[in-house]
Design a protein. Structure first.
Length: 82
C-alpha cells in the first residue's frame, strides 16, 4: 500500500478574518481557507476584539486570550477544535 503525498505549498498564514459564519485565513501565497465558525466554539463565543487578538505562528494561528491554537494543516484536513 502506498500513500499519495501532495505538495500543498506554503501553509503560512498572512491574515485572519471572520464573517458571521466563517473563519477565513489568507495564506502568504494568496490562497484563502474558509471553515465554519461552528467548528471552533471558543472563537464563535468570543467577542470581535478577542477574535482579532491573534498571533500568526509558523504553522498556524494562536489566540492567547482564548487559549486557542489552530494549525493550517488541520484546517485543510477539516479538523474541528475539541
Amino acid at each position: 500500500m502506498s500513500t499519495l503525498e501532495i505538495d500543498v505549498g506554503d501553509l503560512r498564514a498572512r491574515a485572519v478574518e471572520f464573517t458571521a459564519t466563517e473563519l477565513v485565513v489568507t495564506l502568504v501565497d494568496g490562497r484563502r481557507i474558509a471553515t465554519p465558525l461552528e467548528w471552533y466554539p471558543r472563537l464563535k463565543k468570543a467577542s470581535a476584539t478577542e477574535r482579532m487578538n491573534y498571533e500568526i505562528m509558523p504553522m498556524g494561528i494562536h489566540w492567547p486570550g482564548l487559549d486557542e491554537d489552530l494549525s493550517i494543516a488541520g484546517m485543510l484536513k477539516g479538523r474541528r477544535a475539541g
